[in-house]
Design a protein around this ligand. Structure first.
Ligand code: AMP
Length: 215
């Protein structure tokens, strides 16, 4: 199964990608996570991306396309993948189409998550994650105890630097300007389906399984 999870930041793509990944035994390819790892490791890509990510803008297309080319061509993606956070621009979508053609494979579905914008802002500014196990929590909704310790592995929960309110507003405006046209790109190719991302984690997961004919 080869799918793209599409939509603005904060709609639950990462949470749902993790669930589907473990259910279907295919990797979640989260470009934001890969970039954050590169920043922590101080690689050349990380050094280039750090300031851009901090300000809520997009990392250049050539860098992102290079990352995706490497990962999709690797054996770990042989059985399929869930792309989470890529493509985010039309040139990225076009490059992905060319790359998949080159690899002789095609996408099964693009799932577009829909959540009201006020809800997105509320979710993002309350989001914390565990740097050790990758779990994501929403303070106040699924409060892991208020002491900011991960209930799964005892790691210290942290807020993402780019989840500050002013950066969230910037990221949403970048989404509308640069990423939204990608929705039409896949709609025209007949593989995009909309999904309401505002239900419970479990109900959204079940909707996704039904859409993918996998239960
Ligand atoms: P995310 O974790 O998906 O919200 O991504 C965090 C940040 O990483 C974004 O705000 C961008 O700065 C950068 N980023 C992630 N994926 C991409 C992409 N496909 N194209 C450009 N920048 C990206």
């Amino acid at each position: 199964m080869r799918v793209i999870f599409f939509g603005p930041p904060g709609v639950g793509k990462g949470t749902q990608a993790k669930l589907l990944s473990s259910r279907m035994q295919i990797p979640q390819i989260a470009t934001g996570d890969m970039l954050r790892d590169a920043v922590s490791a101080g690689t050349p890509v990380g050094l280039q991306a750090e300031e851009i990510m901090h300000s809520g803008k997009l990392v250049p297309d050539d860098v992102m396309i290079g990352i995706i080319r490497e990962v999709l061509g690797s054996p770990r993606c042989a059985r399929g993948f869930i792309l989470d956070g890529f493509p985010r621009t039309l040139p990225q979508a076009e490059a992905l189409t060319a790359l998949l053609e080159e690899l002789g494979i095609s996408l099964d579905r693009v799932i577009n998550f829909i959540v009201d914008e006020q809800e997105i802002i509320r979710r993002l500014t309350r989001r914390v994650s565990c740097p050790v196990c990758g779990s994501i929590f929403n303070l106040g909704v699924k409060d892991p105890g208020g002491n900011r310790v991960c209930p799964n592995c005892n790691g210290e929960l942290v807020q993402r630097d780019d989840d500050r309110p002013e950066t969230v507003i910037k990221r949403l405006s970048v989404y509308h300007q640069s990423t939204e046209p990608v929705r039409t790109y896949y709609l025209q190719r007949g593989i995009l389906v909309d999904i309401q991302g505002s239900g419970s984690v479990k109900s959204v997961h079940e909707q996704i399984l039904a859409l993918l004919n996998h239960s």
